[in-house]
Design a protein around this ligand. Structure first.
Ligand SMILES: Nc1ncnc2c1ncn2[C@@H]1O[C@H](COP(=O)(O)OP(=O)(O)OC[C@H]2O[C@@H]([n+]3cccc(C(=O)O)c3)[C@H](O)[C@@H]2O)[C@@H](O)[C@H]1O
Ligand SMILES: Nc1ncnc2c1ncn2[C@@H]1O[C@H](COP(=O)(O)OP(=O)(O)OP(=O)(O)O)[C@@H](O)[C@H]1O
Ligand SMILES: NC(=O)CC[C@H](N)C(=O)O
Length: 570
């Protein structure tokens, strides 16, 4: 019988002092609950993903010092063992300098160090760039009042290669299978005990991911007849949002415990020869996972953590009266508080009265400060300067984009003056086809909804209105328009979003061909090709864009790398 706590914490990358303090605080709470072992996520002492910070020797040394402090904490009698993710020198003369490890500490000593075996290298992950993989796995154990309890310790991706679950596996090795084989060759006294697989993770969110994790861990539990306990990091680190939602699976594959999603949590469960009910929260267990709610919560957490971990508390947003800026403002208010969000209306001569009113009503509904800065005079001044060069040319994109750029300049001026981060409002549909202006509406520090296609922007906006009308109905109902020339509508340049979005999802997220998409969506292949050409032609914009909060399997940014100066056939 062993009592284990999963400490689902929100570390900040590189903040060894703050992270260690948090680890010891959670360890203390777990100790008060009388657990034998408290488990922290992958790389908990330094935060995940540390990226090229791992190449700095001082960074790795500081991780060692943090582990030393935690080890010391376990030295006081009656305190639980601690299993914690860290980085350590690999000590090999050939190969990578560092290793990604789970360190088991008890009674003031390091009892075991298990190195990560499977290093993910796809999408947003780049672990093979830094870490030396483990070549072997060993069972470990902790001492409890009732004797020695064996444990199979793994690190995140180590659990993601089960042959029974994945139709095509990425790696030839299955560390869990190896550990379970070792289990069966243990001395009789240990072999008789319930099998426990502990997985320390930093597993970022995307829509549908919680379901995949639960199904995968359930499959592992059943195949090996083991309790599987996965502790996940929580919090936003740049583009990645970690949802927590740590999981305890019974040996029969039923979900017996789960951490709350998108907040820190401590999940405590007991297990022995017979799996018992967890003693901790059973929140979320058995509830259907709602994609829109999960995306909303993810965007709120991602925005809050990005702004705060970058040292800001306030945000400024251009409010056009349109749906994108309205949604971003609603997310920002939930993330930062209304008192920390400022909305700015910047009408031009092409802005409709309705749009100006909608922006004001939105700000009132949200309770945020709202200022109006008309851009007409500034626009006239620019046109006067450019007059000699533009003489004789028709009004066109240059003049349209100038309006967006004046707005961008004003927002950045407000940011500089008042120390508020500019939140950029472009959605994934626009970012895909390049329907946005460089140094104009693309300015800003964080692209909050650039992984949300326009049709989902509407769904999220309706979710924002779940309790009361926050986003004005007029904003939800009017046809999308950039209002950069008289009577402009998005559909002048693009197919309707109901047609466009499925094409984009198929191409951007699943890499389907034009023919596949045309067949799948029952649309003209030439229309599909036109859209795909826009996507290919606007890669340069995406590579200059602010970091995008990732909420789908394939978002723009570090997990989707395409050349710019290339000739791509679609
Ligand atoms: N390969 C490359 N690498 C680096 N830079 C490259 C480039 N190709 C062009 N460029 C540069 O980019 C410029 C063109 O890009 P850019 O100036 O941004 O503008 P552009 O893409 O020509 O126009 C912006 C489009 O977005 C629409 N818009 C704007 C604002 C808001 C919204 C909305 O609904 O939210 C829509 C607008 O109606 C228009 O259709 C070129 O003049 C050139 O300087
Ligand atoms: N009149 C305006 N006042 C303030 N900000 C504006 C104005 N027009 C555009 N912006 C800013 O530029 C962004 C791009 O807006 P635009 O209206 O061109 O396109 P959109 O994609 O329809 O966005 P939205 O749905 O927010 O209107 C807006 O989200 C907003 O942040
Ligand atoms: N940190 C990791 O090893 C993460 C990889 C894992 N497949 C996940 O997405 O959860």
């Amino acid at each position: 019988m062993v009592k284990i706590a999963l400490a689902q914490i929100n570390p900040t990358v590189g903040d060894f002092v703050g992270n260690t303090r948090k680890i010891l605080e959670f360890a203390g709470r777990a100790a008060d609950a009388g657990v034998d072992l408290v488990v922290f996520p992958e790389l908990a002492v330094c935060g995940y993903p540390p990226a090229d910070l791992l190449e700095k020797r001082a960074f790795v040394d500081r991780a060692g010092e943090a582990i030393g402090e935690i080890q010391q904490w376990t030295g006081i009698a009656g305190r639980p063992a601690v299993l914690c993710g860290s980085v350590m020198p690999s000590g090999v003369s050939e190969g990578k300098q560092v290793r990604n490890v789970a360190v088991l500490m008890q009674a003031g000593k390091v009892r075991a160090v298990q190195q990560k075996t499977l290093l993910p290298f796809y999408d947003v992950f780049d672990e093979q760039r830094y870490f030396e993989p483990a070549t072997q796995q060993a069972l470990t154990s902790i001492m409890t009042a009732k004797g020695e309890v064996p444990l199979a310790v793994t690190i995140c991706e180590d659990a993601w290669n089960d042959k029974g679950f994945w139709p095509r596996r990425l790696y030839a090795i299955d560390p869990i299978e190896r550990l379970m084989e070792t289990w069966d060759s243990q001395p009789e006294s240990l072999r008789g005990q319930a099998k426990v697989i502990v997985n320390i993770s930093a597993s970022p969110f995307w829509k549908g991911k919680q379901q995949v994790r639960q199904e995968m861990l359930a499959a592992l539990a059943v195949r090996h007849g083991a309790v599987v306990a996965m502790v996940n990091q929580v919090g936003g680190n740049d583009s990645l949002i970690f949802d927590g939602a740590s999981v305890v699976m019974g040996a029969d594959g039923t979900l017996i415990g789960m951490g709350a999603a998108f907040v820190e949590d401590l999940v405590i469960f007991e297990t022995g020869a017979v799996v018992e009910e967890p003693t901790s929260q059973k929140r979320d267990v058995g509830h259907p996972l709602d994609d829109i709610k999960a995306m909303w919560d993810a965007l709120v957490l991602g925005t809050r953590d990005y702004v705060r971990k970058c040292g800001f508390s306030k945000a400024v947003i251009g409010l056009s009266g349109g749906i994108d800026s309205a949604l971003v403002a609603a997310i920002a208010v939930e993330a930062l508080g209304a008192e920390n969000v400022m909305g700015v209306g910047m009408p031009s001569e092409y802005s409709s009265e309705g749009s100006k009113d909608d922006a004001r009503v939105l700000a009132e509904n949200l309770g945020v400060r709202f200022e109006m800065l008309a851009i007409h005079e500034g626009y006239e001044a620019y046109m006067k300067m450019l007059g000699p060069l533009f003489a004789g040319t028709p009004f066109g994109l240059a003049e349209e984009n100038l309006q967006a750029r004046i707005r961008g300049t004003l927002l950045m001026a407000l940011s500089n003056k008042f120390g508020a981060l500019v939140l950029t409002t472009g959605n994934k549909s626009e970012m895909s086809v390049g329907y946005c202006t460089l140094y104009g509406d693309m300015v800003g520090g964080l692209a909050v909804i650039a992984d949300v296609v326009k049709t989902k922007v509407y769904e999220l906006s309706r979710y924002a209105n779940r309790e009361r009308e926050v986003i004005p109905v007029a904003t939800l109902e009017k046809p999308p328009s950039a209002e950069l020339r008289p009577g402009q509508k998005d559909t002048d340049s693009l197919p309707p979003y109901e047609v466009l979005d499925p094409i984009l999802e198929a191409y951007v997220e699943r890499y389907c061909s034009a023919e596949q998409i045309a067949g799948e969506q029952k649309v003209d292949v030439e229309l599909v090709r036109q859209v795909l050409k826009l996507v290919e032609r606007s890669e340069y914009k995406r590579q200059q864009a602010a970091p995008v909060l990732k909420v789908t399997r394939k978002s723009f940014g570090m997990g989707r790398r395409f050349p710019i100066a290339a000739k791509v056939q679609v």
